[in-house]
Write a protein that binds this ligand. Structure first.
Ligand SMILES: C[S@@+](CC[C@H](N)C(=O)[O-])C[C@H]1O[C@@H](n2cnc3c(N)ncnc32)[C@H](O)[C@@H]1O
Length: 246
């Protein structure tokens, strides 16, 4: 049986449901990253779980050397097609984040828009961050963008619906076993699709410990793409910028 993230991120509906997560949204976070880290022209950047290449293709456009990987073939296909219009190089490959093998050493690693917490065990969820230090250059950076647990729990919207391109998209959310579980039902006429998202919620304390124990110095923590200070109660996101102390 396939896992929820294999089905959902390979479906035609995923990009539709998250239509608001577009290039402008990516530009906001990239701008914050630029204001925090001086990204040099010769930086080699890794986009881990790059999806359709929102971030990597913007960075490619700006002239940076980027490599991206993801599990979803349909998303990688879009990323590759768009990159092809910018440069002739193939900057993408397919891998599971739990077992990714990288020979190069990067200056900057991105793991953004909640590409974390999908698996059952902490060991699996933490493995990429734990391993990242081996393919990050000395003083290299890790940018991690994830849900802020407490704010999500306090403000959970159990049900919402929206219409996009004639599709009715209904989203039901609940918290169960320290995870946020979203059931997504999509319908148009007789056409019906159902998907699940299930993301383990980790507190800021656990995340800070994870980064610190791995060998990162946490140089900044933001609560939004606009760069607001992080607040455990009020911030919708937790954006951690770590630097390899090694
Ligand atoms: C919420 S999306 C974010 C994509 C991208 N970072 C962005 O900002 O648009 C999560 C991504 O994680 C990928 N993913 C899910 N499970 C994965 C796994 N086991 N290994 C690698 N990528 C995975 C999905 O295919 C999807 O592209």
């Amino acid at each position: 049986m396939s896992e929820w993230f294999e089905d959902w991120f390979s479906s035609e509906q995923y990009l539709n449901v998250y239509k608001h997560r577009d290039q402008n949204d990516a530009l906001l976070l990239l701008d914050l990253i630029h204001r925090t880290i001086s990204i040099k022209n010769d930086f080699l950047i890794l986009d881990a779980a790059c999806g359709a290449g929102r971030y990597s293709n913007l960075l490619l456009q700006k002239g940076y050397k980027v490599i991206g990987f993801d599990l979803s073939l349909p998303l990688l296909k879009i990323a590759k097609t768009d990159a092809g219009k910018i440069s002739g190089e193939n900057i993408y490959f397919r891998s599971d984040i739990r077992s990714v093998k990288l020979k190069m050493k990067f200056n900057l690693i991105l793991n953004v828009f909640t590409s974390f917490g999908y698996f059952v065990t902490d060991e699996e969820n933490f493995s990429f961050i734990n391993n990242s230090i081996t393919f990050l250059k000395k003083k290299g950076y890790f940018v991690f963008d994830y849900i802020n647990k407490q704010c999500l729990i306090d403000n959970l919207i159990p049900y919402s619906q929206k219409e996009i391109d004639g599709y009715l998209i209904e989203e039901k959310r609940k918290i169960e076993n320290q995870r946020v579980i979203k059931e997504i039902n999509i319908s148009k006429g007789n056409e019906r699709h159902s998907f699940t998202e299930s993301v383990k919620l980790y507190s800021p304390g656990i995340l800070f410990e994870l980064f610190s124990k791995t060998g990162y110095k946490i140089i900044d923590v933001f609560g939004s793409y606009e760069g607001e200070n992080f607040s455990e109660i009020n911030s919708s996101r937790i954006i951690i910028i770590g630097q390899n102390e090694g």
